[in-house]
Design a protein around this ligand. Structure first.
Ligand SMILES: *Cc1c(COP(=O)(O)O)cnc(C)c1O
Length: 463
């Protein structure tokens, strides 16, 4: 990637222009970049990330967003609509996750800025609730190795010890005996994924629930990815284990509306079995000279547009809309998985549903990635073992995409067989960093972050 994207075509601004540009010109620049970038995923060959991939739907969301884009939802007296949107987003999510099965406590929720936001708020809530109710001073949580790095980030930020449980190499599900053995007096929550990002597999949530209930601790289910699609998969009769509030030990669930909720980027819902847990992470400062301050979560000002667009997506699609999309996605994923299984050299990891991951015991799977890239595919790379994953989203459900995958995969396997003795080229960037080279990998990542975040140092002087 160029250090200064589009520098060849679009004038660079190193300083605020003295005279503003005409709106048409600004919009023209934006449109040209957006059109070019959309072309990379509109083919349907890009794993995950563009969950809806439907420009009509995006136009609709953008219209909803635009009506409230300028509103700050922190000032609720000026926007009662935000309270309406937020409460309905939470209520509909709780309903989807079967909060109706909860007895003896009141399920509530929190709309956050995304999956990481929901996970951070959950970890903060467990920490502060355990501190207040059990006097826990040095809290720990236990996550499966496969659970998202957002948990590591949250623990890093909030001073929580993270215990990482191994997963079974065949099923890719967490070793619950290990988890049970790792619980101690300072454990505030267990974590399970439904499903995890890497393999698309669901941890044994019911077994984790038993452990959590036995010790009187929390169980957070990370449904960031699956929370808005697995419930519809269950309705459609797919064999997806229980993971929601019907499992008695589940105390919170993160479910990203900005993934399979088909809303705009920037929203996720964190649901709690019990209001007391959510309320533990409220923040107040009633003595500030600037006035009494309170915010329900970590964010300060937020745009009302995101709540409006999320709400709009939910009520416009309805259960029927979501179920219909889920049906196409599950069917497409099954077809693509069948293509993988048709090659004896390839092996699917665990028992996935809409997102699947595969490796090879005969060659480095990054040879397959190298070749698929030449055909425009963008799969996600994994390591330990090297594997590739495809999160099937709506763009893959278009006619011909799964068929193209079958053809391109067959050619990719032939390429991998022919080049098995060589080192794949995508290995270095994706999952190919070998064990024992952690320091080098850290350095490499630091360099990549620098390229992205310090690009302003590369900007040429203003034209
Ligand atoms: C995407 C994802 C997250 C983190 O979400 P962000 O929205 O990227 O912050 C957490 N867990 C899983 C399983 C995810 O797929």
């Amino acid at each position: 990637m160029s250090p200064v994207p589009y520098a060849d075509r679009i004038p660079v601004h190193r300083t605020l222009p003295e005279h503003g540009l005409p709106r048409d010109e600004v919009l023209g620049i934006l449109r040209s970049m957006a059109t070019e970038e959309d072309a990379t995923w509109e083919t349907g060959k890009c794993s995950g990330t563009m969950y809806c991939g439907d420009h009509d739907h995006y136009d609709f969301l953008n219209e909803a967003f635009s009506l409230f884009s300028h509103v700050n939802v922190l000032q609720r007296d000026m926007c009662p609509s935000a309270t309406r949107f937020e409460s309905e987003i939470i209520a509909m999510t709780l309903d989807l996750l079967h909060a109706d099965a909860v007895e003896g406590s009141e399920p509530v929720g929190l709309v956050s800025s995304g999956g990481t936001g929901s996970i951070c708020h959950a970890m903060l809530a467990y920490r502060d609730h355990a501190s207040a109710t059990r006097g826990v001073v040095r809290p720990n949580v236990i996550k499966p190795e496969t659970a998202h790095p957002a948990f590591d980030k949250a623990c890093h930020l909030f001073g929580i010890e993270l215990r990482v449980a191994p997963v079974d190499p065949v099923t890719t599900r967490v070793d619950t005996d290990w988890v049970a053995g790792a619980v101690d007096d300072a454990t505030v929550a267990l974590i399970g994924s439904a499903c995890n990002y890497g393999y698309g597999t669901v941890d044994p949530i019911e077994a984790l629930s038993d452990i959590a209930l036995e010790h009187g601790i929390g169980l957070h289910v990370d449904g960031c990815l699956g929370g808005w699609i697995l419930p519809f998969g269950q309705e459609l009769g797919y064999d997806i284990p229980l993971f929601d509030f019907r499992v008695p030990g589940v105390t919170s669930i993160s479910a990203d509306t900005h993934k399979y909720g088909y809303a705009l980027k920037g929203t996720s819902v964190l649901s709690f079995r019990d209001r007391a847990l959510r309320n533990a992470q409220y923040f107040f400062n009633t003595t500030w000279s600037g006035g009494k301050y309170c915010s329900p979560g970590m964010d300060g000002s937020r745009s009302g547009g995101l709540l409006a667009a999320t709400w709009a997506s939910m009520v416009q699609l309805g259960r029927e809309g979501y179920r219909g999309y889920a049906e196409q996605i599950f069917a497409t994923s099954a077809a693509m998985q069948a293509s993988v299984r048709s090659h004896p050299q390839l092996r699917i990891l665990g028992d996935p549903s809409f997102l699947f991951s595969f490796t090879s015991d005969e060659f480095d799977i990054y040879h397959v990635n190298d070749f698929l890239r030449t055909r425009g595919w963008r799969l996600n790379g994994q390591q330990y073992p090297n594997a590739l994953h495809m999160a099937v989203t709506r763009p893959q459900t278009r006619p011909g995409v799964a068929e193209a995958f079958a053809v391109d995969l067959a050619d990719a396997v032939a390429h991998a067989v022919a080049h098995a003795a060589e080192t794949p080229s995508s290995g270095a960037v994706y999952g190919g960093v070998a064990g024992g080279m952690t320091d080098e990998a850290d350095e490499f990542i630091r360099m990549m972050m620098g390229q992205m975040m310090d690009a302003q140092q590369e900007l040429p002087a203003d034209a």
